[in-house]
Design a protein around this ligand. Structure first.
Ligand code: PGA
Ligand code: ZN
Length: 391
């Protein structure tokens, strides 16, 4: 495939910040991709450049290097971009600039082969496509909601087939809205952002919802790095040691139907992850996000040490589709679960859904149902399921 044109421009994300959208053309084919942006970012993520700079890099140096050049596979193109950048963390050209090209290229190759995007991802990754469980973020806290709730995400995991799961999630979300009242504000990820003065209250409410909707369970993203100050975790005005926090989790898991805890400790607290994962002994998933940063090297280390039992995969944490696939392969070949994830600042791009389905991810995080960019992703999943029945 010969790339004939590349143009990047800015579009607003769900927080109203500008982000990059890139359009590529080859022959009669053209494809676009836009890149989301995190707020509670991991220390080891690939570097996101200022949007204006990222756009300049795509329209300038990247366009100059790619236009007129032949590529036989998307991997070849991703390798070329990694080498062109030349840094270990994409800090020169920007992970956002590079990923916008990498996703658009994946789309172009799928178009050229005339196969759905999820199928192209599956072929590239050597994975068996399947529908992920929905991890729907119904209550937002932490940096996504001015710390009105201490943990960043309170999710409902819905286990049914997506076409059944989405209506269940919508009913559960509406029920939660009734319980919380009409004046409850919304957080960054399109979930409710209420205020409670006890740690347990959101779990008590969600446990009632789980009772009413039997296919659901509770998952949380603590995003503990955001709570970690001077060797303690600050929760609702109280400072907890690591042992005290582990005790809090044990209590919550003992009392409420929790199936998954993401980033329970600071991203650099490797030994605490290892001890905790061993102590919970499979009763709940221990998910790495800031801890693993979609980085194949960090994932390798985490799975070898049994520091987690599941890994969050966010392509913009690493900067190319090729490396995001490598991150999935490392996770799955070690027998651990993949949860594909959007970011808190999203766009209408639904690539993450095709990616999740294509790699056969265990779960997908796409936020709450109070924001159209999140809902569109769950709807795309239903469309893929239908498509999969016919191809
Ligand atoms: P972020 O939040 O996109 O702000 O990093 C999502 C998450 O932590 O899972
Ligand atoms: Zn997270």
């Amino acid at each position: 495939m010969k790339i004939e044109s590349i143009t990047a421009r800015s579009i607003p994300d769900t927080r109203g910040r500008l982000t990059i959208e890139t359009t590529l053309a080859a022959g009669d084919l053209s494809a676009s991709a836009s890149v989301p942006s995190g707020k509670s970012t991991g220390e080891h993520e690939a570097v996101e450049l200022d949007t204006v700079q990222a756009i300049e890099n795509v329209n300038g140096e990247i366009a100059k290097a790619l236009i007129g050049r032949e590529f036989s596979s998307p991997d070849e193109l991703d390798m070329f971009l990694i080498e062109l950048d030349g840094t270990p963390n994409k800090s020169r050209l920007g992970a956002n600039a590079i990923l916008s090209v990498s996703i658009a290229v994946q789309r172009l190759f799928a178009l050229q082969e005339n196969i759905p995007l999820w199928k192209a991802v599956a072929k590239r990754a050597g994975t068996t496509p399947s529908a992920p469980k929905l991890f729907v973020n119904v209550m937002n806290g932490g940096v996504h909601a001015g710390f009105k709730l201490p943990f960043q995400e309170y999710m409902l995991v819905v286990s049914s087939k997506t076409s059944d799961a989405l209506p269940i999630a919508q009913k559960a979300f509406a029920k939660l809205g009734e319980i919380l009242g009409p004046d409850t504000p919304m957080g960054d990820e399109g979930g409710y952002a209420p205020t409670f003065d006890t740690l347990e209250k959101p779990f008590e409410i969600l446990a009632e919802i789980v009772k009413e909707f039997p296919d659901t369970k509770i998952a949380i993203d603590v995003a503990a790095s955001q709570l970690y100050i001077d060797d303690k975790y600050n929760i609702l005005g109280k400072a907890y040691s690591t042992d005290e926090l582990a005790h809090v989790y044990a209590n919550l898991v003992g009392h409420f139907p929790i199936c998954s805890i993401e980033d329970p400790f600071d991203e650099n607290a490797k030994n605490d992850f290892i001890h905790f994962t061993s102590a919970v002994n499979g009763r709940v998933l221990v998910v790495g996000d800031d801890f693993t940063c979609t980085n194949p090297r960090l994932i390798d280390e985490a799975v070898k040490n049994n520091a987690v039992t599941a890994v969050l995969i966010k392509p913009n944490q690493i900067g190319t589709v090729m490396e995001a696939i490598e991150a999935v392969q490392k996770t799955q070949s070690a027998g651990f679960k993949v949860i594909a994830s959007h970011r808190s600042g999203e766009t209408a791009d639904t690539f993450i859904v095709d990616f999740a389905y294509g790699v056969g991810a265990y779960g997908i995080k796409s936020g709450g149902l109070g924001q159209k960019e999140r809902l569109e992703k769950y709807e795309r999943l239903i469309a893929i399921e239908r498509e999969a029945e016919t191809v």
